[in-house]
Design a protein around this ligand. Sequence first.
Ligand SMILES: Nc1ncnc2c1ncn2[C@@H]1O[C@H](COP(=O)(O)OP(=O)(O)OP(=O)(O)O)[C@@H](O)[C@H]1O
Length: 624
Amino acid sequence: MGQAGASAGVEARRQSALATELDRRAAEARAAAERWMIAHRTERQVAGTLAPLTACGYTFLHDRGWPGARRGSRSQIDHVLVGPGGVFIVDTKSWRDVTVAGGRIFRGQADVTDDLSGLADVGVGTEGVLAELGLAPGEVHVVVVLAGSAMDPVPLASLGGLVVVGERRASAFINGFGGRLTERQLAVVLGAVNAHFPVLGDEPVPLDLSVAEPVLDEPALLTVDEVAETFLAGMLAAPIEEWMAFLHPDQARLVRRSFSGPARIRGAAGTGKTVVGLHRAAYLARASTGRVVVTTFVKTLPAVLGSLLHRLAPDVVERVEFTGVHSFAVRVLRERGQRVSLDLGAANQAFNYAWNRAGKDGPLGELDPNSRYWRDEIAKVIKGRGLSTFEQYADLPRAGRRRPLRIEQRRAVWQLHLAYEGALRERGLVDFEDLILRAEASLRETPMQGVDHVIIDEAQDLSCAMLRMLHAVVGDRPDGLTLIGDGQQTIYPGGYSLAEAGISVAGRGVVLATNYRNTREIALFASAVVEGDEFVDLEGGPGRADAAAEVIRTGPSPTLHSFASLALHDAALVSHVRTLVASDVDPGDIGVLTATNRDALALLGHVPLSGGLSFPRDDQLAAV
Ligand SMILES: Nc1ncnc2c1ncn2[C@@H]1O[C@H](COP(=O)(O)OP(=O)(O)OP(=O)(O)O)[C@@H](O)[C@H]1O
């Protein structure tokens, strides 16, 4: 073949290769166009099914860029909805054959959970930006809507609680959060969300306060029943307290703050410590796949906190456990097959037996004939601090125990302790302190699985052994242990320091300083009453008074009245309550605090007051 023939052949092959390549590119472009078209149709369709939410007070921001994405980037968020129920970052997917199992999401056999992690991160970033305004983290939701599906909402624990929901259930799911933000809060949040999610394209587009025209033109995608379900969901949502959705920015930041080990949140009464603790429980539950334990010494408090969480963060209630510290210890022991028999009456008898034989007629009986003090000494100091030898007790500082003890007196206490232990063992009994010590020992031997975070409210009430037991559950892991408390509120003094409990919160202590509960007048009055009181701080050393630096609310000044007799006192109290009710104060807004349950029952008319007096009968009136 000649030269010319050869080069024509080369050229033919070159052209043919080019045609093949162009064919391939054209096919690719067609497929991409098809995918974009499906995405476009899906988005529009889903926007249509979400449209009833505009009537529920929601504003839609469509097709916004990912916060922080490069200019010209095509990554976009399909819809951001801001309304009374919070902020919803919505991405639509035309995925078929979707299942959720074990906190992960699958398309057919393929695990696509990681494909959604970028979207979940957008939620975390948005939470952070809005926390600067005070919006509680739980008010920002990331929602993946499956086009054409009627799947019920499922949270994905591995993606910080991102929710996957079928299109037909999406608007009812969103409106089911009810009215959590006031109009003023909504306006502030909307402004911040609008600034956070960049408008795509070169020309800034004005804020779109309604559903775009073409979307409303779409054929009705929800049935009449489904639209009714959306509205009903909003009406049925439980009302919330002011602090459940919006916090002070300092509180909101603290809720999300990451600590490299055990942390302590302190503050005077009413500074929102428990509020922060509850929000933090919800936040940590969303941020991890394990369980969160919230515990206190007072056994009635966990139930109250649990019911608050139901309204604050219904999405995480399954993974947050509220428990008294003793119930927690019993559960730990039972789960590990250890039988415990806690019979308080029998334990009291065992103590009385020991007191009669080894206490009453010796130096202890002389020093204080009330055996209660010595029982407390054993419970709070000896067993509460897990002492096992007299040498440990002999020169132990017992701050907060009021009565100094010399060495021979301490020896007598130790003898009483041994006699009591002997009596318990003879009867096959344990007391509250034994439960804690046994649970601690068991947790040290076999660490607990599945609990990632422990939050202790009113931590200053716990004994040293209780703190050690709870610390053994999570150790020093980041955000594992959060102690919430106020050194000035020591009701059950243990006289120990955190260092003795093996817990260091160095560099991880936060003090809250704004009093939200009381008026300035009440706070001043109360601090004058406790001024000069001695108290013990968990971190050791002389207790520092956590006086609230700022008190926002003001009101009438408290007054103090003294009476010559109980009868005069009761008469004045009843008359004061009657005057308040007559002057249109809602009985539900009146609280009467008494020293004992019996006094409270008396005031409620269950027990006659002196002089046959009684309160105005009203179901809302409560004495506690
Ligand atoms: N950001 C807030 N906005 C409005 N009210 C708030 C806020 N934070 C707290 N409160 C109110 O203050 C009250 C006291 O809060 P909280 O019980 O958390 O305080 P605390 O520091 O735990 O008090 P204590 O030490 O007495 O237990 C709450 O019941 C709530 O009504």
